[in-house]
Every structure is written in structure tokens, then in C-alpha cells.
Design a protein around this ligand. Structure first.
Ligand SMILES: [Zn+2]
Length: 244
């Protein structure tokens, strides 16, 4: 892995790259579009960007990943990414080796795991697979977005624990805990709660990351089938994607 010495922001054709690859772009207001570009520029110039395994980062790779991370915090602040030390882009599925957080909280496995992305705990980097990140930008697989998923984990860590509860405004907290607990417990009990995916029943941290993907990528279904869950996510993210 090689560090980029000069940290450059959004390239001159950055806006054109976002227009070409970000499916949600035409549905954003002009104000949201300029905010998204500002946030992407900030991420590109303030975070360390690395390529893994001989992969090369070109402007398209950096801009497409940064734009999706920017979308997540469109209604929040750059301070919400203070635990993101950098972004590592892999060409495809990441092979983890050695000790790795297992599928059950508190367990580890020495198996090599193939994953689409990782969010290291504490002040650490986010790693994503480029093929998945590109597919996510184009919304090719409904309800799936690896960049939103991994960056949501970083938001979850801001209060010191990955427990499915990010730093919430006080007026949202009670509703958040009540609604998320109800849906999570029901999923864990084996009852389908579409459009939530089963992976959300892995643990509360994965519940929040999956709920985030669904909130942005299947917003109308979530608002229709799980209006309370949609509502607490809307109040946290300060965005209303179903209205786009
Ligand atoms: Zn996850």
C-alpha cells in the first residue's frame, strides 16, 4: 500500500464523474448536489486514500466512492467522519486473513473470509471492493450498497461502541431504541420484515448498517412497509430519500 503524499480534492471533471455514475444524482435538489460535491471534495482532500494489492486509484474510483460516502452525511457534518482515518479500495472481494471478527459478536475465526468491505473499529480505515462500490453507485442490486454500509458502521462507532445506535439527537433517541429493538428482535425471531434483509439479524451493528442501505436504496418500500423505522432513520440522517 502506498500513501498519496499530495492530497487532492475533487478533480476538474469530478462533477461529470458523479453525474455519470451516481444513480440518485438527478433526483437530488440543486442544493443537495452542491453539498454532495463539497462533502466529496472534503473527503478526497482530508482523508488518506489508498489502493490495495497493486490496484490503482484513478479519479473515477476515488470520486465514485467519495460521492457515496458524501451522500450518507448530506444532512450531517464532516465531523461525523472523524473516526475514518482513510479509505482503502480493493479491486474486488477482500480476502481477510488471520484473526477476524466473526459472524457472532465476541467471537473470532482464523478462517479466511471473503468480504465486500470492512470498517475498522475506533479511528481506523474503511475498506471497500471497487466492483461492489461501482455497482452500488449505479444501484444495480436493490437495497445493497457497500459504501453506505461500511461508512454507517463508522457513524455507529462515534459513541464508542458498535451497537446499532449512532450519536442521536436527544429527541430521537427514545423512538430509535423502541423502533429498532422491535424490528431487530422480530428479525432475530425469524419473522421476515421486508424490505429489511436477514443479514440485519446478525447483530445490532449489522442491523443499523443494513437499515441504512435499505433507507437509501429501497426508501419507498421502507417508508411503506416499515414507516416507523423509516421515520427514525429520516430524523437521524436528516434526509428524506423516499420523497426524491
Ligand atoms: Zn457490516
Amino acid at each position: 500500500m502506498r500513501l498519496r503524499r499530495r492530497r487532492s480534492g475533487l478533480p476538474v471533471d469530478g462533477r461529470a464523474v458523479v453525474e455519470r455514475h451516481l444513480a440518485v444524482w438527478p433526483r437530488l435538489t440543486a442544493e443537495e448536489q452542491s453539498r454532495l460535491l463539497e462533502l466529496a471534495d472534503w473527503l478526497l482532500s482530508h482523508k488518506r486514500w489508498e489502493a490495495a494489492r497493486g490496484f490503482e486509484l484513478d479519479d473515477t474510483v476515488r470520486v465514485v466512492v467519495a460521492a457515496q460516502a458524501a451522500l450518507l452525511v448530506l444532512g450531517l457534518t464532516t465531523d461525523h467522519y472523524r473516526l475514518v482515518s482513510g479509505i482503502i479500495v480493493h479491486p474486488s472481494t477482500l480476502q481477510t486473513s488471520g484473526l477476524q471478527a466473526g459472524p457472532v459478536p465476541g467471537t473470532v475465526t482464523a478462517d479466511r473470509l471473503a468480504v465486500l468491505g470492512l470498517a475498522q473499529s475506533g479511528r481506523g480505515p474503511v475498506a471497500v471492493a471497487w466492483d461492489q462500490a461501482l455497482a452500488g453507485a449505479h444501484a444495480s442490486e436493490r437495497g445493497h450498497n457497500v459504501v453506505l454500509h461500511e461508512f454507517a458502521h463508522k457513524l455507529d462507532m462515534l459513541d464508542g461502541t458498535i451497537d446499532g445506535t449512532p450519536l442521536l439527537p436527544r429527541e430521537v433517541r427514545a423512538d430509535w431504541v423502541r423502533v429498532c429493538t422491535e424490528v431487530y428482535d422480530d428479525l432475530v425471531a425469524g419473522n421476515p420484515r421486508p424490505p429489511m434483509r436477514w443479514y440485519g439479524a446478525t447483530n445490532p451493528g449489522e442491523f443499523f448498517a443494513v437499515a441504512t442501505e435499505v433507507f437509501f436504496e429501497q426508501s419507498q418500500e421502507l417508508a411503506a412497509f416499515e414507516p416507523d423505522l423509516y421515520d427514525v432513520l429520516r430524523r437521524f440522517y436528516r434526509q428524506d430519500p423516499a420523497a426524491r
